[in-house]
Design a protein around this ligand. Structure first.
Ligand code: PEP
Ligand code: MG
Length: 571
């Protein structure tokens, strides 16, 4: 996955071809702009212990710095949209956190200088978050960003971050915090490249929202000298410093033309020989559903209900839940469209205060998703009542599926509860056992939906948020594709719908192979729909089947991508 660092010739690094995890497709060519992420050591040394008369005046200086940093986040949040607003608002809250202030105050009272106290307190929280794993571990990057900003404010330096470049550039960083990425202008930032971060890191989420080509987990990226021209390929996951400028510019132009064509795609998706494919949207709430509703989709393939409740301490009543779900269903009522509502996937990387168990040794393998209903059956029953009420009040066609299903018994019991409320029942295939039992699951449910994010994590035994394991948490891994193919084949035999709703569905190239395996629907962020639809509409079913075989037979993800690209090009 990762090429060795470029050979050093004299004291000049030879141009190199680096590889990482592709996150947002697209080609970009421009000079490297490294992100300054550290406060200068000289300024910190000159500041010393701050020369405060007592602990109270030191804490007053801390409070002023914290408020200025928090206000900076709030201002950036108000100028941002969607996911960026959420992460920036969360950073403002983290900066004002009482626990963090207490940690600093304790250290200052113990005689530490203010900068050392801030760094010590943040380090303590970083350890804590890292130990909690999952989404909390991702917050460690945000905390370190807050620490750098606080220290910069204290010592009188500008807060570190992305300077506006003089010419359009490729941003290269170790990792990017929300505040770095949120205000990026796609006119001057051509692409994002980071050494760390996986497909679900903040860099990835915000790059996707902005539509900037992005490759993460690129070993050696920080060795690229400022100003070096590189060609970033957000589909192949490469950062190429070896390509000739004229060739690179021609490739970027061809990509731009192809993307412009995709932007005009209005659906529905159909291969050149007439095989229809349903393209659906992944949504999180009423607002994202309304946005998705105007894109060329035939419904919602994944409504992540737990995302409505991340900040709730108490379980919402059935009526409250019904109102929240109705907002999404309303956006997709009629026109033959439908909504697949997923019941709470609480736990692991999505802790929900009123549902998740605390103190689990290993939350990703613990009581998450449907498993929560064993110890707390009322939670699922009330949610199903809320969904059924929303379906009745809106008249929208509503399917319901459960996350983290591992056995046929779990699927049967869930389906009985859903059907008792007059709704169509399905389960997600996220655990390898479910893929292996797909035939038997389809005897008890109406449809399956493959969650490739978790299916990849559990097949490869690799934490989906661990940037060091991004080469394993890649849905192009042949073992993952094998399980998808097994599940799709079971769907064909049963004549039932088998969709994909993980990030894999948003990859236009992989989509071709998935359809060739027999997948009947693809659900993705609505921003990705046109590119996937345009790609599928340009190939025949025979090409899709050839692409499926090529991907399954490939030795590794990179070989799979290359092979499928070749098959598609030959169509
Ligand atoms: C998945 O695991 O692929 C999925 C769609 O669920 P989530 O990403 O919400 O865990
Ligand atoms: Mg999942």
């Amino acid at each position: 996955m990762v090429t060795p660092a470029a050979p050093v010739v004299g004291d000049v690094r030879a141009p190199s071809l680096l590889r990482g995890t592709p996150v947002v497709p697209g080609l970009a060519y421009g000079p490297v702009l490294p992100v300054a992420q550290e406060v200068s050591a000289e300024a910190v040394a000159a500041y010393g212990n701050g020369g405060f008369a007592d602990a109270d005046s030191a804490m007053a200086a801390f409070d002023r710095a914290a408020e200025a940093v928090a206000e900076g986040f709030v201002t950036k949040a108000s100028g941002a949209t969607g996911a960026a607003t959420e992460v920036l608002t969360a950073s403002a809250g983290l900066t004002r956190d009482k626990g963090l202030r207490q940690g600093v105050a304790t250290r200052v009272a113990g005689g530490e200088g203010l900068v050392a106290a801030v760094r010590g307190a943040v380090a303590q929280f970083v350890d804590l978050f890292t130990a909690m794993g999952g989404l909390m571990a991702e917050r460690a990057t945000d905390l370190l960003d807050i620490e750098r900003r606080l220290v910069a404010r204290l010592v009188g330096e500008p807060e570190p971050g992305v300077a506006r470049p003089d010419e359009p550039s490729v941003l290269v960083a170790g990792d990017l915090a929300p505040a770095d990425t949120a205000g990026l202008d796609p006119q001057v930032i051509l692409a994002l490249v980071t050494e760390k971060g996986g497909a679900t890191s903040h860099t990835a989420i915000i790059a996707r929202q902005l539509g900037i080509p992005c490759v993460v987990g690129v070993a050696g990226a920080l060795d690229l000298a400022a100003g070096t021209p590189v060609l970033v390929d957000g589909s192949a996951g490469t950062v190429d410093g070896t390509v000739a400028a004229s060739d690179a510019r021609a490739q970027v132009e061809a990509d731009r033309a192809a993307r412009a064509l995709a932007d005009t795609w209005i659906g529905p998706a159909e291969t050149t020989d007439g095989v229809r494919v349903k393209l659906l949207a992944n949504v999180a709430d009423g607002e994202s559903a309304r946005t998705a509703s105007s894109s060329p989709v035939e419904g919602v393939g994944l409504f992540r209900t737990e995302l409505c409740f991340l900040d709730r301490r108490e379980e919402p009543t059935v009526d409250e839940q019904a109102a929240i779900y109705a907002e999404v269903l309303d956006a997709f009522g009629g026109d033959g469209r439908y909504v697949v509502v997923r019941t709470l996937d609480a736990g692991s990387d999505k802790p929900i205060a009123f549902a998740t168990l605390t103190d689990e040794e290993n939350p990703a393998l613990g009581v998450r998703g449907l498993r929560l209903s064993k110890g707390n059956p009322g939670l699922l029953e009330r949610q199903l009542d809320g969904i059924a009420a929303a379906a009745r009040s809106t008249g929208a066609e509503t399917w319901v599926m459960a996350p983290m299903v591992a056995t046929v018994t779990e699927a049967r019991e869930f389906a009985e509860q859903v059907r008792a409320r007059g709704l169509k029942a399905g389960v997600m295939v996220e655990v390898p056992s479910a893929a292996l039992l797909a035939d038997r699951l389809l005897e008890v449910v109406d449809f399956l939906s493959i969650g490739t994010n978790d299916l990849t994590q559990y097949t490869m035994a690799a934490d989906r948020l661990a940037s060091d394991l991004a080469h394993l948490t890649d849905p192009w891994q042949p073992a993952v594709l094998q399980l998808i193919a097994t599940t799709a084949a079971a769907g064909r035999r049963a004549g039932k719908s088998v969709g994909v709703c993980g990030e894999a569905a948003a990859d236009p190239l992989l989509a071709v192979a998935l359809i060739g395996m027999g997948i009947t629907s693809l659900s993705m962020a609505s921003a990705a729909v046109r590119a996937v639809g345009a790609q599928l509409s340009s190939v025949s079913m025979e090409t899709c089947e050839r692409a499926a075989r090529a991907a399954l037979e490939a030795a590794d993800p990179m070989a799979g991508r290359d092979a499928v690209r070749g098959v598609v090009a030959a169509d």
